[in-house]
Structures are given as C-alpha cells and as structure tokens.
Write a protein that binds this ligand. Structure first.
Ligand code: NAP
Length: 307
C-alpha cells in the first residue's frame, strides 16, 4: 500500500499537519517517535497561547490534537524512523518494528533533541541525577537542591517548573546575562528560591556513592574552580535538530536544520515538506510550529492535486 502522506514527527507541527490533511480526507500516517517531543517535555504550561486567558498545558493541547487528527481519519504509528529513501516517488520510509512503508508525499516534523554539555560525569548519570527534562524527573527532587545549567528560555522554564519541588535552585550560566525572554525572566526572578550564578562554565558533574553531589564549574571572572553542591543537575543549553535519519538526502544548513524554500515548507525534493523546529533555527516557538504544520499540509495538498 502506498500512503498519500506520511508525517514524521508527532509534536505540534506534525499533529497540526495531520489534522489538516485528515480533515481533507487524505488519511495521513503520523509517525510518533519513541522519545517524547522536546517542546512538550520542556513546555508544560503555555501561558501565552493567544485566546487562552489562563494558558493551556502543552501535553493537554498535544493530546487534543492527537485525538482530533484520529477522529478526522489520521493513523498514528509508534516507532523510530531509521532511514528514508527519497531518490524517487513513492518515497520509502523504514520504521522500526513495522518495516518499509511507501508514500507519495512526506512531511518532516521531527523536531529537536536537547543538547548535553559533553563534560565528565554527565552521560554516566543521565536519568540518575542528570536530566534534560524537569517535567519528566522534577518530581524526584522534592525538597532537594538542584542546578539548572543555561540561561535561555528552556533554562528558565526548567527552573520555574522545578521550583514546585526543589528546596533550592541555582541557575548556572556561562555568560554574565541570561538570554531568556523578558516574560520568563520576570517570572523566574520572582521566585526567591532561585540563585543566579553567572559567569560559570560547567566542567564536571560530581558524583558520589549515593548519586549526584554537584557540579564543578570554572568561574570565568576569577578563573577559580568551584564545587557547587546539588543532588540534581538539569541541562538546558539548547537543542539540535533531529535529522540523522535523513542521512544527508535533503539539504541542511550548517547547524543541521532542514532547509526549506523561503516562505514555504517545500524542501528541494518535490513532494517533501518540512515544518516545526526541525527547519526553524530562528523562532522555535510552539505557535510557529503550529503555523508551519498548517503550511506544510496546505503545500502537501496542493502538490497532491497538481501531480
Ligand atoms: P538557547 O536560547 O540557545 O540558550 C542556550 C543557553 O545555554 C544559553 O544561555 C547558552 O549560554 C547556554 N549554553 C549553550 N551551550 C553551553 C555550554 N556548552 N555550556 C554552558 N552553557 C551553554 O536555547 P533554549 O533556551 O533551548 O531556547 C531555544 C529556542 O527555543 C529559543 O528560540 C527560545 O526562545 C525557544 N524556546 C521558547 C520557549 C518559550 O517561549 N516558552 C521555551 C523554550 C525554548 P550563552 O548565552 O552564554 O551562549
């Protein structure tokens, strides 16, 4: 069987495209990867979503999109895409546990994955005191001291989320100013249990027999090394696009983001579209992901009717 459209990625962009295509009767197949979406896991409450006076929970919004897409006729399969072949149509997609799938069009909405620092002790303790996702593991740090590394929006969201559980949070930022947006900075600044440690570069996650003991940093002003005590270290230093499975079959920019034609979601290959964070280095907002998912569905529909 050849699908009319396969959507790789089940985040806000992928499900928006799915809702639109399913509504048009195209029965898209949505592929949901094994790991949770970066945006959903890092953004619990979306307080700025236009029209929602009291905000909305990210997972609830996504779950609603999932149900809506299925009600309109989309099919969702869970598994990781290991590779694709886009040399000619129908395109081929290999899905772990399901084998080879064929499709006339492809929408890539595979999102991004949180980056790590690459310092000693970090990978060994991932999930054991080191985390990139406060909503996934914040609960385990009730009344404990934690560190959040980073000064962007993700770091602020992690710190704000952790403030519901942890006794004390230190935000460790390598430059002298966090770069997060004013709205999130203002919210974080109101939380008195957050300490602000600027000009610190993490160099090692410190662990003992009972787990994480803290983080060793270099103070970039004094040049001194410091050991900061904490039982959990949350790394929020940006993210990288999930494009490995494309194996360079589609053009990506020097940062790894998929290239699309300006003002569209079209890639270099007719019939293949990209939306959401995987093609958006500049904004990476949920609203943009939703908007570009809608654009991808429209571009895809027009392509199908014109070929
Ligand atoms: P980001 O804006 O790129 O910030 C990354 C932070 O990590 C910076 O403070 C950076 O420090 C620090 N950093 C990077 N590499 C580091 C290293 N090796 N060691 C120590 N620190 C390091 O990433 P983000 O916060 O994930 O945000 C990404 C995009 O998503 C942004 O456009 C953001 O607006 C968006 N986003 C939006 C929301 C929201 O609106 N609610 C939520 C999350 C993300 P320097 O400043 O010193 O470089």
């Amino acid at each position: 069987m050849t699908h009319k459209s396969i959507i790789i990625g089940a985040g806000f962009a992928g499900f928006t495209a799915a809702v639109y295509l399913a509504r048009a009767g195209l029965k898209p197949l949505v592929i949901k990867g094994q790991s949770p979406s970066y945006h959903v896991t890092t953004t619990m409450e979306i307080e700025y979503f236009p029209g929602f006076l009291h905000g909305i929970q990210g997972p609830e919004l996504l779950d609603n999109m999932f149900k809506q897409a299925e009600e309109f006729g989309a099919v969702v399969k869970i598994g990781d895409v290991t590779r694709i072949d886009v040399a000619k149509r129908p395109f081929k997609v290999w899905l772990e546990g399901w084998g080879e799938l064929q499709t006339n069009t492809l929408i890539i909405a595979s999102g991004t994955t949180a980056k790590l620092l690459g310092i000693p002790g970090e990978k060994d303790h991932l999930g054991l005191g080191v985390s990139t996702c406060a909503p996934c593991s914040g609960f385990f740090f009730r009344n404990k001291k934690v560190i959040v590394v980073g000064g962007g929006d993700s770091a602020m969201e992690e710190a704000i989320y952790l403030s519901h559980y942890a006794s004390e949070i230190s935000i460790v930022n390598r430059s002298d100013q966090p770069r997060a947006s004013l709205a999130l900075m203002n919210r974080a600044r109101e939380i008195t249990k957050i300490n602000w440690l600027m000009n610190r570069t993490p160099i090692e996650v410190l662990a003992g027999e009972k787990g994480i003991k803290g983080l060793k940093v270099t103070n970039t002003v004094t040049g001194q090394e410091e050991n900061l005590a904490a039982e959990g270290v949350f790394v929020a230093v940006g993210s990288k696009p999930n494009t490995e499975f494309l194996a360079n079959q589609l053009p990506i920019d020097k940062h790894g983001y998929l290239k699309v034609k300006p003002g569209t979601t079209e890639t270099d290959i007719p019939g293949i579209f990209a939306c959401g964070d995987v093609q958006d280095r500049r904004y990476r907002q949920i609203l943009n992901a939703i908007g570009s998912g809608c654009m991808a569905a429209i571009d895809c529909q027009r392509f199908l009717t014109s070929t």
